[in-house]
Design a protein around this ligand. Structure first.
Ligand code: ZN
Length: 403
């Protein structure tokens, strides 16, 4: 992440960057949502293609069919079935007004499955969006089974939304995730933001290795002398016990001479905005990198920023970025996709996921021949003549699986 140092025109070196793990904030007594595991493959608010991850992903060991439990008494308010996105997903309204969301499910208990099947036959479609009436459940009831629908690898995507409908950090309610390991930092980049800015007498970004001095403390070899406006980029990861997965930071804070200058904390997410990125850009940040961005990309990013270009991690969609910086390039680029019908988009998505015409036909309740007709029509509309081009197009438009 790069952000602007407000008015840095001096050479103070007292820089504290604090990275914290989520603390257990609330006393609600929710049940852990599954018997699959108490390990995460992704944390809340990690960055995805143009959006923040609104949930935690719970590991299911590449298998499907683990139980999902009602985390408290409540009512199943919505079930959606789709070949994309969340796949099969269940929304449970809890008695305190919060909503628990379970996504990428394999299926549901028999009584629910029967009703879904009936809806599908009624509508002659695989995809349904159903708001059951009076489907009350008790804490601990099995309400679904973990799966991989709408996604690549099996896992349980688990959200808790507050009464405003905003996803909140589920770990605020649980202490099951064993995490006694501090986030670790690797590098700090100091990036000139104006043509006249120098960092250690250089006009180009300087990268410093962060050397651990004691638990949670790092030092930079030598001094950093900044003249003019500069930005900072930090590289590092958070981990939990007994597992190799890497997570995003929960909180990042910058202090200069013990005075807080910048802070970002992931407690709650508002779907309506991608505000953090926008705010960072608005505040003068020229780049924004994802946690998995490799070292090479950091270097590339600071170089780009240095010559006055913006650099955002490739996975941050063009749409978000260009929407913000006011370019209409993305809009023109999006146009072909907008020409597709919803059904053609469905088929495009499944083709890109590597499904055969027969498989797509099975998923969407169409004959393979119909699927092929759709496919050739959509490729014509997009001006594409072969599969590699189609895949490139899909990657460019963020159609590859996200969750
Ligand atoms: Zn997820």
């Amino acid at each position: 992440m790069h952000f602007r140092f407000p008015e840095i025109s001096y050479q103070k070196q007292m820089l504290f960057v604090l990275l914290l793990m989520p603390a257990v904030l609330c006393a609600q007594d929710y049940l852990w949502p599954t018997n699959a595991s108490t390990y995460m493959s992704s944390s809340f608010c990690e960055f995805r293609n143009g959006h923040y991850h609104s949930a935690i992903d719970i590991k299911t060991w590449l298998r499907e069919g683990y139980n999902c439990f009602a985390i408290d008494d409540g009512e199943i308010m919505r079930i959606r079935v789709s070949p994309f996105g969340y796949g099969k997903v269940l929304y449970l309204r809890l008695k305190d007004g919060n909503t628990a969301v379970y996504a990428h499910l394999q299926g549901f208990p028999l009584n629910i499955e029967k009703q879904i099947r009936r809806k599908q036959l009624e509508n002659k479609r695989y995809s349904i969006d159903w708001s059951p009436k009076d489907l009350k459940v008790k804490k601990g009831d099995i309400i679904a089974y973990t799966g991989r629908t709408g996604t690549g690898l099996p896992h349980l995507h688990f959200e808790i939304r507050n009464t405003k409908g905003h996803p909140v950090n589920p770990l605020a309610y649980y202490d099951q995730i064993k995490d006694t390991i501090r986030p670790s930092l690797e590098q700090l980049a100091v990036i000139p933001l104006d043509p006249g800015t120098t960092v250690n007498n250089s006009y180009t970004p300087q990268i410093f290795d962060l050397l651990p001095v004691s638990s949670g403390k790092y030092q930079i070899k030598g001094r950093i002398r900044i003249h003019g406006r500069a930005g900072l980029a930090l590289r590092g990861v958070d981990r939990a016990n007994d597992i190799s997965n890497k997570y995003g930071f929960y909180r990042t804070r910058l202090e200069i001479d013990r005075r807080p200058v910048f802070q970002i904390t992931y407690d709650e997410l508002d779907f309506a905005t991608t505000e953090h990125i926008f705010r960072a850009l608005q505040a003068g940040a020229r780049g924004y990198l994802l946690k998995e961005s490799a070292g090479a990309e950091v270097v590339e990013a600071v170089r780009a920023v240095n010559i006055g270009r913006r650099h955002l991690s490739q996975k941050i969609s063009d749409k978000v970025v260009n929407g913000f910086v006011g370019q209409d390039e993305a809009k023109r680029d999006q146009a072909p996709l907008a020409r597709l019908s919803p059904r053609e988009r469905e088929i495009l998505q499944l083709v890109v996921e590597g499904k055969s015409s027969a498989e797509i036909g099975h998923t969407l309740a169409l004959s393979p021949k119909t699927v092929e007709t759709y496919r050739s029509r959509l490729m014509k509309k997009l001006g594409l003549s072969n599969l590699p081009d189609l895949v490139k197009f899909a990657v460019r438009h963020g159609l590859t699986p996200l969750e």
